[in-house]
Design a binder for this molecule. Structure first.
Ligand code: PLP
Length: 441
C-alpha cells in the first residue's frame, strides 16, 4: 500500500471523509497492483491487454456518496450513461437505484438492455431526432431536457402525432464559467448548449399552453471536471430565479435538475467533495419544494476504472525517451483530446526503481497518440504491465477503431471475483457489415 501517490485515491478519499482511513479499491499487495482482490497481472494473463478494469466496490461507494450527499431532500440520481455505458455498469447502477441521463436512442436502448428503469431516465442532448423523441416517449422517460425553441416545437409535433403529452424540462444556459477545459464547458453563453435565460420564460409559456406537452422541470449542466462549488451555486441560483418568476406566472415545476460535472482527482487536484457539493445544492434548493435531479457521470465511474496495458518497447530520440504501450489514443483519447492527465504506474512492484522522464505513447500513426508526456515514471521493461488510472469515465465510451485496432476488453471486478463484461473485439468485427460493392470499374 505504500508505493502509490494520491492519484490512486478515488474521489471520496480526497476530502469527503476527513480523518477517515483511505479505502482504495486499486491497491498494492506486497508491492503488486490489484483491482480489489484480483491480481492485475493474473487478469492480464487471462484476458490480455489493453483491458479496462472496473471496480464494483468503487462504483457502489461513489453512488452512495452522491446519494448521501443529497440526503434530506427528495432526489433522483440520473447517472450520465455516456461516461461509461457498459451494460454491467448500467445494471449495477440500476440495481443501486440509479436513474439515467441519456443523450441518444442508443443509450436508451442500453439502459433498457441492462434492465434499467426508463421511467427514471432524462433525455438530454442538443440534437434529438424525431425517432429518438418518439422512442423516448414510448419508453416513458421521466422527461426530455429541451435545448432550443426549435426542439420544443419538434417534440410537440412528435407528441401530437403520437397522441401523447411529452414531459419536458427546459435546459437553460445560466452563462457561468465552470473554469474547466473549453471542450467540456457547456454553460457559457457562447456554447451550443441550452436555452438563453431571457428566452426561457416565453418558451415555458408556450409549453404550458400546449395540449401535447407537460412542463415538469428545469435543468442546467454547466460542464465537466468542475473542481469548485461556486460555479454550481451561481448556476443554481440563476435557475431558481427563473423558477420563482415562473411560479409568479402560474407555472409550477416539479423538479430542478442541476446536471452533473463534479470533478475528480486525476493528479493532485483537490475537487470539492460530493458532500460539500451536496450541501451547496441542498442549501439553495431547500424550501422550494422541488425534487432534485442530478446527472453525475465522471464522479461515479472515473476513478473506478483502470486501463491495463503492456509495454511493447522503448525508444530514444536525442533527449526524448518513449515507452511504447499496446493502448493508444483510440483506446483512451482523453490525453490527446483534452490534454488530460492520467496517472500511470507499473503493475509490478517498483519501489526501488530509478525514475525516468518519458512519453508513454501508443502505436497509432498520430503525434497526438500519447497517454503521458514528459512523465517521471519508474524505469520500465519491455513486456511489463502498466496501469493507467482514472480511466473509468470517457475511456472505453470514447474508444474507436482508428488504425483498425479492435477495442479493448472490459472486466468488472468485485472482491476476488471478476468477469469479462465485454470481450475484446475480434479482428473480423472490424469489417463486419462492410461490402465490397461491385459498381463496375
Ligand atoms: C456529460 C453530461 C453529464 C455528466 O457529466 P460528468 O462531468 O461526467 O458528471 C451530465 N449531464 C449532461 C447533460 C451531460 O452532457
Amino acid at each position: 500500500m505504500a508505493h502509490h501517490g494520491p492519484h490512486v485515491l478515488d474521489v471520496l478519499d480526497s476530502a469527503a471523509v476527513p480523518g477517515q482511513k483511505h479505502v482504495n479499491h486499486f491497491n498494492r499487495k506486497n508491492g503488486e497492483l490489484f483491482a480489489e482482490d484480483v491480481s492485475l497481472a493474473q487478469l492480464a494473463t487471462a484476458v490480455g491487454t489493453p483491458t479496462y478494469v472496473y471496480s464494483q466496490a468503487t462504483i457502489t461507494r461513489h453512488f452512495h456518496a452522491v446519494d448521501q450527499a443529497l440526503a434530506g431532500v427528495p432526489h433522483t440520481i440520473c447517472y450520465a450513461v455516456k461516461a461509461c455505458s457498459n451494460l454491467a455498469v448500467l445494471s449495477l447502477l440500476g440495481r443501486l437505484g440509479s436513474g439515467f441521463d441519456i443523450v441518444s436512442l442508443g443509450e436508451l436502448r442500453r439502459v433498457q438492455a441492462a434492465g434499467g428503469d426508463a421511467t427514471k431516465a432524462v433525455f438530454s442532448g442538443v440534437g434529438k431526432r424525431d425517432d429518438e423523441i418518439a422512442a423516448a416517449l414510448a419508453a416513458g422517460v421521466h422527461c426530455l431536457n429541451v435545448e432550443s425553441a426549435g426542439e420544443l416545437a419538434r417534440i410537440e409535433r412528435v407528441a401530437r402525432n403520437l397522441g401523447v403529452r411529452a414531459p419536458i424540462s427546459l435546459r437553460v444556459n445560466p452563462d457561468v464559467d465552470p473554469k474547466t477545459h473549453k471542450y467540456i464547458a457547456t454553460g457559457l453563453r457562447e456554447s451550443k448548449f441550452g436555452i438563453a435565460m431571457p428566452d426561457a420564460r416565453a418558451l415555458y409559456f408556450q409549453a404550458a399552453a400546449s395540449d401535447h406537452m407537460r412542463v415538469v422541470g428545469v435543468d442546467c449542466h454547466i460542464g465537466s471536471q468542475i473542481l469548485e462549488v461556486a460555479p454550481f451555486a451561481e448556476a443554481i441560483a440563476k435557475v431558481l430565479e427563473l423558477v420563482a418568476d415562473l411560479r409568479t406566472d402560474g407555472i409550477s415545476l416539479e423538479h430542478i435538475d442541476v446536471g452533473g460535472g463534479l470533478g475528480i482527482p486525476y493528479d493532485d487536484e483537490k475537487p470539492a467533495s460530493p458532500e460539500l457539493w451536496g450541501q451547496t445544492v441542498k442549501s439553495l434548493v431547500a424550501g422550494t419544494g422541488l425534487h432534485v435531479i442530478v446527472e453525475p457521470g465522471r464522479v461515479i465511474v472515473g476513478n473506478a476504472g483502470l486501463l491495463l496495458t503492456r509495454v511493447i518497447g522503448k525508444k530514444q530520440h536525442d533527449d526524448k525517451e518513449f515507452v511504447i504501450v499496446d493502448a493508444a489514443m483510440n483506446d483512451l483519447i482523453r490525453p490527446a483530446l483534452y490534454d488530460a492527465y492520467h496517472a500511470i504506474e507499473p503493475v509490478a512492484t517498483h519501489a526501488n526503481r530509478p525514475l525516468r522522464t518519458v512519453d508513454v505513447v501508443g502505436p497509432v500513426c498520430e503525434s497526438g497518440d500519447f497517454l503521458a508526456v514528459d512523465r517521471p515514471l519508474p524505469e520500465v521493461q519491455e513486456d511489463e504491465l502498466l496501469g493507467v488510472f482514472g480511466a473509468g469515465a470517457y475511456g472505453m465510451a470514447m474508444a474507436s477503431n482508428y488504425n483498425s485496432r479492435p477495442r479493448p476488453a472490459e472486466v468488472l471486478v468485485s472482491g476476488a471475483q471478476w468477469a469479462v463484461v465485454r470481450p475484446r473485439e475480434t479482428l473480423e468485427a472490424l469489417w463486419q457489415g462492410e461490402v465490397i460493392a461491385d459498381l463496375g470499374d
